[in-house]
Design a protein around this ligand. Structure first.
Ligand SMILES: *Cc1c(COP(=O)(O)O)cnc(C)c1O
Length: 431
């Protein structure tokens, strides 16, 4: 290994001392990285079993057009998703453009004027703020339609405040929103066990309340999924975990059949729902094969994250989670502490990408976000974050959120290039 990485250092000009730090981090993280292998195997076998049970055949992979009534491959794909996620039904479509869109379908599909929406895990992911109406001024927000949101802040350590949550639930609470992953916040992700506790508390307070889980970045990280512990509906993006790096677009919802059905009327139209919806081009093959590959992609990304946590820790940065901590989402936070470092980090990381390695990312006012955001994303699919990517809002304490990586070798290489970019600019802490 040493010789391979040293010759890579000669190709790329990365300093030998940085390579030594990376080799040390690889050695130090061998155990926690191996520990991830069992979950990958479990999830791979679970996915394979769903394919076998559904007798997926070549015809199922073919494109469909127009209304695509009775698209057998689509029906199988959705039933297969339901099985993998432990749900009654699923809606899996290339017409869902992102995770935010999938969540919008769930929220707007189910909530009605006068309904209360309780956000159980604090302020939600940035792109949801305008949609819900927590950031005023967005035309068409849920609040404009008469939905009343209430945010229950997380406890200081970042865990959900179950007492305050139960206090916020009323007979008018139609939906409780639970965000599994940390998103762009310095807080722990919520394990499926923790989601189980939230759901149980909600159901005791109001059995009619629908528990919606923002499942982004959490899929196939643990052995169980939120619908298996009582969540009524989950939603996420196919250019994250479940697309396995092969899906070129798409999103999904899964959960109780009645809820998936109502929500699907928001994607198309009430009365039509999920009965129509074509899979043009190679999208259906991508979705099947992507889900099939997803456990491996998630495993590689997690190994990369564990490495990155130790590597940047050795370089003097605070990282979260720490290398041996259990992982319940893909995201690795590295607290960089300054704007200049965040920019250099993302530019260096981008230079380690297979696509657009020569492009220098700069901060920009991304739609849906409150602060300028810098994104390193040299991906085959634009914005895909199951492929290695790093983003961070330009705000204190200047955290790089690192996620994805279809192979851990690229994560190591790209982290080295990020460190090198900070070193060249004199931005690494004194060691
Ligand atoms: C990525 C993400 C979303 C949705 O983001 P899109 O970019 O719209 O796919 C929502 N919530 C969380 C926690 C996320 O990580």
């Amino acid at each position: 290994m040493r010789e391979i990485w040293q010759s890579w250092g000669r190709w790329t000009g990365v300093e030998p001392w940085l390579i030594e730090v990376a080799l040390a981090a690889l050695g130090r993280t061998a155990r926690p990285r191996e520990a991830l292998a069992g979950r990958v195997t479990y999830n791979q076998l679970k996915v394979l079993e769903a394919f076998r049970a559904h007798q997926v055949d070549e015809g199922d992979l073919a494109p469909s057009s127009g209304y695509a009534y009775n698209d057998r491959g689509r029906q199988k794909l959705e039933s297969l998703y339901a099985q993998v996620f432990g749900a009654e039904a699923a809606l899996v479509r290339p017409q869902i453009v992102s995770g935010t869109h999938a969540l919008a379908i769930a929220l707007f599909g189910i909530l009605r004027p006068g309904d209360e929406l309780v956000l159980a895990t604090g302020t939600p992911y940035d792109t949801l703020l305008g949609m819900i109406g927590l950031r005023p001024g967005e035309p068409g927000a849920l609040t404009e339609l008469g939905v009343k949101p209430a945010v229950v802040p997380l406890l200081p350590g970042g865990s959900p405040d179950l007492e305050a949550l139960v206090g916020a639930i009323t007979p008018r609470t139609r939906m409780v929103f639970i965000q599994r992953s940390r998103g762009y916040a310095l807080r722990p992700s919520i394990p499926v066990d923790g989601i189980a506790e939230i759901v149980a508390a909600v159901k005791r307070a109001n059995p009619e309340a629908v528990c919606l889980v923002d499942n982004c970045y959490g899929e196939l990280v643990e052995e169980r999924e939120p619908a298996q512990v009582g969540a009524d509906l989950i939603a996420g993006s196919l250019i994250k975990n479940p697309g396995g790096g092969l899906a070129s677009t798409g999103g999904y919802l899964a959960g109780r059949a009645e809820l998936v059905n109502v929500a699907s009327g928001r994607l198309t139209a009430p009365g039509i729902g999920g009965e129509v919806g074509p899979f043009p081009g190679s999208t259906k093959r991508e979705f099947f094969q992507g889900l099939y590959q997803a456990p491996q992609a998630v495993g590689q990304a997690l190994e990369g994250a564990v490495f990155a946590s130790d590597f940047f820790g050795l370089l003097g940065f605070e990282t979260d989670p720490q290398p041996p901590e259990p992982r319940t989402d893909l995201i690795q936070s590295v607290v960089l502490g300054s704007r200049e470092r965040l920019i250099a980090f993302c530019q260096g990381l981008q230079s380690g990408s297979p696509v657009d390695s020569h492009v220098r990312p700069v901060p920009w006012p991304m739609p849906g976000y409150d602060h300028d955001v810098i994104m390193a994303a040299g991906a085959f699919t634009q914005g895909s974050s199951i492929e290695l990517s790093s983003d961070g809002p330009l705000r204190e304490p200047y955290v790089a959120y690192l996620q994805g990586g279809l192979n851990r070798d690229q994560v190591v290489a790209a982290c080295l290039l990020a460190a090198q970019a900070m070193d060249r600019a004199g931005l690494l802490p004194e060691m």
